[in-house]
Design a protein around this ligand. Structure first.
Ligand SMILES: NC(=O)c1ccc[n+]([C@@H]2O[C@H](COP(=O)([O-])OP(=O)(O)OC[C@H]3O[C@@H](n4cnc5c(N)ncnc54)[C@H](OP(=O)(O)O)[C@@H]3O)[C@@H](O)[C@H]2O)c1
Length: 261
């Protein structure tokens, strides 16, 4: 007998940790994945202290070639089987593609796209059998090209496209697939990306939703069978405006905004 769990990647910080708290508060058993095992242990203790089953912390670098297989084996050894998969781990880098380190930019592709796809494909049979679901964390970046953040935005467009297509394929099987597309949220993301809060980001701070609210809307949207979730009306207006703005106008505007970040 195996027990169903929610596998959450990037749970050691930010939106992933907030998602872990929401899933646990709604009675789900969890497996938490990231590289910083000490932070996962601390979060597992916190969740257990609140009365939920203690999550299984799994210290793993998802960009390693066989990460999906390793994760599957570790879950199996613990008697767990994925019912929900939350692909949240991801990062981006601010700067012009020609100036940023090529290997670091390829690492964005490895984590945001390759690992997300590998985990999804590896766990889908179990998720289908359990009539569970997949929550993929993209970004409002998924809706437009991002000069000054080119690789990151492109990876998030992939995540949205992949998620929307999967949701259609899996709906007849009773499996929910949703794509969570947050706007800026204050987390470890900014320092990893090379962003600081002295410029445009600082001015945006009051309009930023907290990670806990983004996670709450992501959880509710997934469970309600939504396909795409954009938390916050300002972000929904931004997405809509960018869709109707001609690219010839949008691209220089976005490039100038990124330069001021
Ligand atoms: N914050 C924002 O403004 C924002 C906006 C839109 C979308 N998002 C998206 O939201 C998701 C979560 O980001 P966040 O804002 O919460 O950033 P964060 O605080 O930096 O968290 C990123 C998480 O990913 C994990 N991670 C990074 N590299 C990994 C690897 N190689 N293997 C395993 N885990 C790895 C990190 O854990 P370890 O370092 O311990 O491995 C951490 O738990 C990302 O997909 C991001 O693109 C963020």
């Amino acid at each position: 007998m195996t027990r169903p769990v929610v596998v959450i990647t990037g749970a050691s910080d930010g939106i992933g940790a907030a998602l872990a708290r929401i899933f646990a508060a709604n009675g789900h058993e969890l497996a938490l994945v990231a590289r910083r095992g000490d932070r996962l242990e601390a979060l597992a203790d916190e969740i257990a202290a609140n009365g939920a089953v203690r999550p299984l912390p799994i210290e793993l670098d998802l960009t390693t070639e066989d990460a999906a297989e390793t994760l599957s084996e570790l879950l199996g050894e613990a008697g767990l089987t994925p019912r929900f998969l939350v692909n949240n781990a991801g990062f981006g880098l601010l700067g012009r593609a020609i100036e940023l380190d090529a290997a670091e930019q390829l690492a964005i592709v490895d984590l945001n796209m390759r690992a997300l796809t590998a985990l999804t494909l590896r766990f889908l049979p179990a998720i289908v059998a359990a009539k569970g679901g997949v929550l993929n964390v993209a970004s409002v970046a998924a809706f437009m090209p991002g000069p000054g953040f080119a690789v990151y935005y492109a990876t998030k467009a992939y995540v949205r496209s992949f998620s929307e297509a999967l949701s259609q394929e899996l709906k007849p099987l009773g499996v929910k697939v949703a794509c969570l597309c947050p706007g800026p949220v204050q987390t470890g993301f900014q320092s990893r990306a090379g962003l600081d809060f002295s410029g445009v980001m600082g001015a945006m701070k009051p309009a930023m939703l907290p990670a806990a609210e983004v996670a709450r809307q992501g959880y509710a949207g997934l469970m309600a069978g939504k396909r795409v979730i954009v938390p916050g009306w300002i972000n929904r207006v931004f997405v809509w405006t960018s869709a109707v703005t001609p690219r010839a106008l949008l691209l220089p505007l976005l490039a100038s905004a990124q330069r001021r970040r």
